[in-house]
Write a protein that binds this ligand. Structure first.
Ligand code: SF4
Length: 356
């Protein structure tokens, strides 16, 4: 049973793709019981397609273990894929070493969630930024290094810059450190920023300031941005397109407004119900196996049915035996797609009331 539609990214926008993932997959071999030969396979990511364009943001949303950070590491070339490929400016990226790898890493920068761990504690901020400028900086920019350092810190709204350059990471707050980490990614003159939960370890009071900074940089520097988060509310604010991941699969994707206002997959509905909203009087997310129950973890074996079936209150017999087909939500031009049997005419009639 198939609709002939796939989970391909949105098309039709003016900008050419900068970075693409095509059918990206990653399977890990981990130790297992002796009866299985001492090894077993864990499918962390399967069949992920996404496209990053200059000046726009794609959000990858899901709970811990859904595979979203693995996608970031595959795109950053920190892990080799076991299926599919990554394309930079339309050209496939193969395992790179030496100068090729350095060029790729300069162009595709990864910002990690923990600013305390991402900076070297034994070097000053000046040393760490200067090193990136030397390794990956724009070779056509012949201005003195000091001038570039001041510009970088001014760009991330740390001024006067002289107050920060000769400090060590432990002398700065979490918010200041994350701004330094952002400045370090910019020092490489990237085309792409991969943001892996960039505000999740910061105080709530400073998260919005960092997100506003990143949104401004994306516009000014025309960066293709991937925003990884478990918080679908911030994805709606920050991203143009949302991809919802569950157990390594993209289960719903589309324009941010459409996915958050008209979620079609029960898991997306769960994420939205779990976001804090005192005004909402809908059902409690816990009623359908709420967030934080560990259900998003990568699957130990290839699922034969829907990966969400065990938690889904609408599960039908077909859900347990067949991976759901992809179908459109609304018109094809809207680009809102879902992988759920509830949305296909052949099986929607079998749906029953939610079980509690
Ligand atoms: Fe639930 Fe079935 Fe849809 Fe999966 S395919 S989300 S189990 S209704």
């Amino acid at each position: 049973m198939s609709t002939g539609i796939d989970m391909a990214p949105l098309t039709g926008t003016a900008e050419e793709p900068v970075l693409e993932a095509v059918g990206l997959g990653k399977t890990f071999q981990v130790s297992g019981p002796p009866t299985a030969g001492g090894r077993r396979k864990v499918v962390a990511v399967e069949g992920v397609d996404l496209t990053l364009r200059a000046g726009s943001t794609v959000a990858l949303v899901g709970e811990s273990g859904s595979g979203k950070s693995t996608v970031a590491r595959l795109l950053a070339q920190l892990l080799p894929p076991t299926a599919g490929e990554v394309r930079l400016h339309g050209k496939p990226v193969h395992a790179r070493t030496g100068r090729q790898r350095r060029r790729y890493v300069g162009e595709v920068q990864l910002l990690l969630q923990d600013p305390f761990a991402s900076l070297n504690p034994i070097h000053t901020i000046r040393y760490q930024l200067t090193r990136v400028l030397r390794l990956h900086g724009n070779r056509a920019d012949h201005r003195p290094t000091e001038e570039k350092l001041v510009e970088l810190l001014t760009t991330v709204q740390l001024h006067p810059a002289g107050q920060f350059l000769d400090k060590y990471p432990h002398q700065l707050s979490g918010g200041q450190l994350q701004r330094i980490a952002i400045a370090r990614t910019l020092a490489a003159s990237p085309s792409v920023l991969l943001l892996d939960e960039p505000v999740s370890m910061l105080d709530v009071s400073i998260r919005l300031g960092i997100l506003n900074l990143l949104a401004g940089l994306k516009e000014q520097q025309q960066l293709g941005t991937l925003y990884i988060t478990h918080d679908i509310a911030s994805a709606r604010y920050f991203a143009d397109e949302i991809l919802v991941m569950y157990r390594g699969h993209v289960v719903e994707r589309g324009p941010s407004e459409s996915v958050t206002q008209h979620p079609a997959h029960p898991y997306t509905q769960l994420l939205i119900d779990s976001a804090p909203d005192p005004a909402r009087r809908g059902r409690d997310a816990n009623e359908i196996g709420g967030i934080g129950q560990g259900g998003g973890a990568a699957s130990a074996a290839a699922p034969t049915g829907c990966p969400f079936a065990r938690r889904c209150p609408y599960a039908m017999p077909v859900c347990l035996s067949q991976m759901p087909a992809v179908s459109e939500v609304g018109t094809e031009a809207e680009g809102h797609r879902v992988r759920c049997w509830l949305n296909t005419p052949e099986t929607a009639g079998e749906a029953r009331s939610p079980r509690h």
